[in-house]
Design a protein around this ligand. Structure first.
Ligand SMILES: C[S@@+](CC[C@H](N)C(=O)[O-])C[C@H]1O[C@@H](n2cnc3c(N)ncnc32)[C@H](O)[C@@H]1O
Length: 265
């Protein structure tokens, strides 16, 4: 097989998400599962479906989809996360690839998933168009993204991290957790929105140390660590947990993640 085409953005994301891949896989990924499970329920997978999970990460969704008997493919920019995904679901076809250059022929998938995925490339509409290219006419798309800042208490930790960085230049797209333009992205990519709901995904950690370890494993946090150092990031995150910490020391966030279903008509 030829080398995958990887954009600079995909290579960078791959490095960031590989840095703490095992902690992400074991301690953080599952916190979005209520939304992922609802999205998979809405697209009603069957054993006749061929499914692509775009930016599949450590393969949690692929594993959740496996009992359907569908034929499962997944791609992600992170080599370490793909290794974990392969360990978890050896029957799936999982590879390192850039969502901007999917290594598949046109019109072969019945279902395309993107769980907290399409926000990452600099051109989300281009990524959705590339996903549409490999989808059959009539294919179902399942997406999960964060709700707005008001709907996701955990976005407090992103605000704390942004405060450590220089202000973004004018014209910079809004940060991940605040990007609610997904419905216009879907329309621009030629997809028809069929369903849009909020699903509760509470995040509970027994103490601040566990919250720190898990939240630090995400790629965007790693990027801030590279810029301002571990100590500043640890201090900012620990301070941001305080309003969500009970007298016992447990950290709790109420979050609403957004589940969307669209079709390629
Ligand atoms: C928030 S994680 C979500 C992973 C998985 N979908 C889940 O729900 O756990 C975002 C993922 O996007 C991947 N990613 C970012 N940019 C990418 C790109 N251009 N192509 C492929 N994967 C990318 C990262 O490596 C990371 O695994």
């Amino acid at each position: 097989m030829s080398e995958p085409v990887m954009s600079a953005s995909a290579r960078r994301q791959g490095e960031l998400w590989s840095a703490d891949a095992r902690v992400w896989a074991d301690e953080q990924e599952f916190r979005a599962f209520p939304a992922v499970e609802r999205a998979l329920e809405l697209v009603a997978l069957t054993s006749a479906d061929r499914v692509l999970d775009v930016a599949c990460g450590a393969g949690g969704a692929v594993r959740l989809a496996a009992p359907s008997g569908a034929r499962l493919d997944g791609v992600d920019a992170s080599t370490s996360l793909i290794e974990i995904a392969r360990e978890r679901t050896p029957s799936a076809n999982l590879s390192v690839a850039d969502m901007m250059h999917l290594p598949f022929r046109d019109e072969i998938f019945d279902v395309v998933c993107g769980f907290n995925a399409f926000q990452y490339p600099t051109d989300p509409v281009g990524a959705l168009r590339e996903a549409r290219r490999v989808a059959k006419v009539g294919a179902r798309f399942a997406l999960v993204i964060w709700g707005s800042d008001e709907q996701c208490e955990a976005s407090a930790h992103f605000r704390a991290l942004r405060a450590l960085l220089a202000p973004a230049p004018p014209g910079t797209p809004p940060p991940l957790a605040a990007d609610q333009r997904v419905t216009s992205y879907l329309a621009s990519a030629g997809l028809t929105l069929r369903h849009d709901e909020l699903v509760s995904c509470p995040w509970d950690y027994p103490n601040a140390a566990a919250a720190l370890r898990a939240t630090r494993s995400a790629g965007p946090v790693r990027r801030v660590i590279e810029q301002v150092g571990e100590r500043a990031v640890n201090e900012a995150l620990l301070a941001s947990f305080a309003p969500f910490t009970s007298p016992s020391g447990a950290v709790h966030y109420d979050n609403q993640f957004r589940v969307l279903v669209a079709t390629n008509d």
